[in-house]
Design a protein around this ligand. Structure first.
Ligand code: KIV
Length: 275
């Protein structure tokens, strides 16, 4: 069944949990979509897990459009949400609407996600007015890594926690259809989830959120970097792949690959004429 913004909103009303994963290319989008996920996020995390940067700040609109196009080609049923990269919406409301429009028009995304609370509500409202659904993202917002002084859990103190609650309410009022809560205490996430009418999608925000999202490389263990505490490994795909790569190299060295079944024939009559 095709997922849409309405699917997300009615899931919250009916108390059904929402599932999301990231994807950045055609093959993976197809595998994830076929497994019955509600939403696929083309996250700017692609800067780290696909492009090898130390954070998400170098990701460009062109990177996002390129990867979102591949994902939308591989997706039939999941709602495809594309991240707005650093500096594609912070600069002005005009830039925000223009760049959100490119992710929909050129790349085929059905919704966009941007980071921040009260400070980006003007942009959110303008993008929604342009008929583009917006997913909010608050808490540990990776594009603010330099302001936070690292990837640190947010909202532990009273003032910070109150600010995140306020941000969630303001995003809701600005028109978001869902809010990602990242890297905050699970009891704060529970409070926010109860305070807003749109679904919360947690990553490092505990079980009370209306849905969950993970970076797929983390949950199948194919990203060599350090894994955050909130990640659960569902399969050691990295180990399986390394095993396959080693077996391939060994078989080449021993001459057992390619075997007869991997080869193409030529008629002897033709062959004889070649000598
Ligand atoms: O970029 C990303 O992958 C994200 C998720 C982790 C929420 O923003």
């Amino acid at each position: 069944m095709k997922n849409s913004v309405s699917t997300f909103l009615s899931a919250k009303k009916q108390g059904n949990k929402l599932s999301m994963l990231t994807a950045y290319d055609y093959s993976m989008a197809k595998l994830i979509d076929d497994s019955g996920i509600n939403g696929i996020l083309v996250g700017d995390s692609l800067g780290m897990v696909c492009l090898g940067y130390k954070d998400t700040l170098s990701v460009t609109m062109e990177d996002m459009i390129h990867h979102t196009k591949a994902v939308t080609r591989g997706t039939q049923n999941a709602l495809v949400v594309a991240d707005m990269p650093f500096m594609s919406y912070q600069t002005s409301v005009y830039d925000a609407v223009k760049n959100a429009g490119r992710l929909v028009q050129e790349a085929g995304a059905q919704a966009i996600k941007l980071e921040g609370g009260a400070t980006v509500c003007e942009q959110v409202a303008a993008i929604v007015k342009a008929q583009i659904p917006v997913m909010g993202h608050i808490g540990l917002t990776p594009q603010s890594v330099n302001m936070f002084g690292g990837f640190k859990v947010q909202g532990k103190g009273e003032i910070a926690a109150k600010q995140i609650i306020e941000d969630a309410k303001k995003l809701e009022a600005a028109g978001v259809f869902a809010i990602v809560l990242e890297g905050i205490p699970y009891k704060l996430a529970e409070l926010i989830t109860k305070s807003v009418s749109v679904p919360t999608i947690g990553i490092g925000a505990g079980p009370s959120c209306d849905g969950q999202i993970l970076v797929y490389q983390d949950m199948v263990d194919i990203y060599p970097g350090k894994k955050p505490k909130f990640v659960k490994t569902y399969a050691n795909v990295g180990e399986i792949m390394t095993g396959a790569f080693k077996a391939y190299i060994e078989e080449i060295e021993h001459g057992t690959f390619p075997a007869k079944e991997h080869c193409f024939e030529i008629d002897d009559e033709v062959l004889n004429k070649l000598y």
